[in-house]
Design a protein around this ligand. Structure first.
Ligand SMILES: NC(=O)c1ccc[n+]([C@@H]2O[C@H](COP(=O)([O-])OP(=O)(O)OC[C@H]3O[C@@H](n4cnc5c(N)ncnc54)[C@H](OP(=O)(O)O)[C@@H]3O)[C@@H](O)[C@H]2O)c1
Length: 283
């Protein structure tokens, strides 16, 4: 089957479809004629989307907390046993902007679960069927943070980097299988992602520079027509590849300066001076 022009029974699973990018991806896939399984935690939001899409879309909600490994495994089993999935779009995720030493290890584990272990479990359930049919597409939404190491994103970027690395290897392992693999690196997209209190200090101008979730979703869904391994949204973020190739240190200094929220330098300086005043040697 050609996933770009699906038949009446083609099925897509979209995680994170209760809001933001995932919701828009689901809407665009429905317009292309896909039946949909919509995955997220907020049933009311999923039900609203099902209603907005109308009965012709043949969409149904699947409530799963992807931070819960057991719930994710149960959902993966259900998908493997009852559905023939043609397209899987792993969009679900969340962000925080907190320096590494200021958050607990439990956050690292939650980020890894939602951004790596959950997509991995769904792929293990769904990919064998795609390979057997020699057709299908898996799209994993990562982040531009995987390329640049912005301030406050250590654990987040690490978890998204794991997703990128897995996608790259899957693409190598199944290069002429008829199944396509992509990872997507969005920059700033205006969604509820930034509602987390830790983004409060992020300059409003930075947030305003973001693109709409509709524009992001359009690019993601275009991967069905033109499959490729990596997609940067917006396109000009690819310049980062060139900057890092030219001078990683210079590029990194640029990112460090531009991603640090106002006021954080003062905190670092005062901590240093406190340490110095206690007479503790600094390396
Ligand atoms: N917005 C950006 O600038 C940006 C930049 C780079 C990458 N991204 C990535 O893009 C993806 C979509 O984010 P967005 O911007 O569209 O933000 P969003 O509007 O907050 O959407 C996040 C989606 O993920 C779902 N989700 C979060 N945690 C979940 C969990 N434990 N179990 C199941 N579903 C969960 C949410 O649904 P429920 O809350 O209903 O569960 C929601 O549908 C994320 O992976 C994010 O990391 C976003």
């Amino acid at each position: 089957m050609n996933v770009a022009s699906p038949g009446a029974t083609a099925l897509a699973v979209v995680t994170g479809s209760s809001s933001g990018i995932g919701r828009q991806v689901a809407i665009l896939l429905a317009r292309r004629g896909f039946r949909l399984i919509l995955v997220a935690r907020r049933l009311d939001r999923l039900n609203r989307l099902v209603a907005d899409l109308g009965p012709a879309a043949n969409a149904r909600a699947m409530v799963v907390d992807l931070a819960d490994a057991n719930a994710t495994a149960a959902a993966a089993d259900q998908l493997a046993s009852e559905a023939t999935v043609d397209v899987l779009v792993n969009v679900a995720g969340f962000g925080v902007c907190v320096p590494f030493l200021e958050h607990a290890g439990s956050l690292d584990r939650r980020l890894m679960q939602v951004h790596y272990f959950a997509p991995a479990a769904l792929i293990r359930a769904i990919l064998p069927g795609m390979l057997a049919r020699r057709s299908g597409q898996i799209i994993n939404v990562a982040s531009i943070a995987t390329k640049v190491g912005p301030w406050g994103h250590g654990a987040y970027a690490a978890s998204k980097s794991a997703l990128v690395a897995m996608t790259q290897s899957l693409a190598s392992e199944h290069i002429e299988s008829g199944v396509h693999f992509s990872y997507v690196n969005p920059g700033i997209v205006q969604t509820e992602f930034f509602d987390h209190e830790s983004f409060a200090s992020m300059a409003a101008t930075v947030k305003r520079r973001g693109i709409s979730s509709t524009a992001a979703a359009r690019r993601i869904v275009s991967l069905l027509d033109h499959p490729r391994l990596e997609l940067c949204i917006p396109r000009h973020y690819r310049v980062l590849d060139w900057l890092y190739a030219l001078s990683p240190s210079w590029a990194h200094r640029l990112v460090a300066r531009s991603s640090r929220p106002a006021g954080r330098e003062a905190t670092v300086a005062s901590r240093k001076s406190k340490v110095a005043s206690r007479g503790v040697r600094q390396s």
